[in-house]
Design a protein around this ligand. Sequence first.
Ligand SMILES: Cc1cc2nc3c(=O)[nH]c(=O)nc-3n(C[C@H](O)[C@H](O)[C@H](O)COP(=O)(O)OP(=O)(O)OC[C@H]3O[C@@H](n4cnc5c(N)ncnc54)[C@H](O)[C@@H]3O)c2cc1C
Length: 228
Amino acid sequence: MNVSMQDAFNLGWKLAAVLQGRSPASVLLTYSTECQAVAQELIDFDREWAAMLSDRSRSDAAAAQKYFVQHGRYTAGTATLYKPAVLTGAATHQVLATGLLIGIRFHSAPVIRIGDGKQLQLGGSFLADGKWRLIAFAGRNDAGASGSPIATLCHFLTASPESTVMRFTAPGAGIDAVIDVRAVFLQSHYLLVMTALAELLFPAKGCHGLRDYEKAFRAIAENNDMEN
Ligand SMILES: Cc1cc2nc3c(=O)[nH]c(=O)nc-3n(C[C@H](O)[C@H](O)[C@H](O)COP(=O)(O)OP(=O)(O)OC[C@H]3O[C@@H](n4cnc5c(N)ncnc54)[C@H](O)[C@@H]3O)c2cc1C
């Protein structure tokens, strides 16, 4: 089980956020709430697993193997589910993204970075730098051009005073200093034109205004259709 690694990460980013003045100290209390619930689940699982292995009347190797495989993601520590609280939203809008369970670790997937055509893991492209990340998944026909849903979202995020990005980013700070917005498209990366995307997806940053071309990706289908 790797739960301690997640717990360490959980506490690490919260400590950094509080020490750097980006979050109130009360955010630290969520560590106990989140981790205690998971610890209890682990104790329950261990009890059940131990009973299964020690009960001679149930000594069925195939059933034990099936049980262990079924709980593989759980025992690997990647099925940890944080309940709705200060940091985890309720499942009100879960229907919009059924593949990403609210409260669970963001599962990575292979993608192609549009800026350079490089294949990588989406999760691996996120640095543990304390930023919040907002990942927008484009619809099948959305190539990010002006007027498309992704472009409209980016426009809202950079122009509206109600936008989370604008509300929490200090004037003069980089547009992704607090909230890093990225987009994943379904269109072939040969059809996606980086400079036709909303500027939020290739913002000019730093004192030299260099473009960050690492925010737009193309999802790779399970059959790995790299050629399309
Ligand atoms: C059944 C079970 C199995 C697990 N298996 C694994 C595993 O196989 N691999 C893995 O990576 N992780 C595993 N974990 C998770 C791992 O144990 C935790 O992630 C890790 O222990 C969390 O570390 P911590 O320092 O936050 O808390 P803890 O390890 O709980 O340390 C907190 C310490 O603070 C002490 N304390 C509490 N309150 C006070 C107080 N007021 N004053 C003084 N001291 C206090 C406690 O006594 C305790 O010693 C498992 C957890 C459980 C419950």
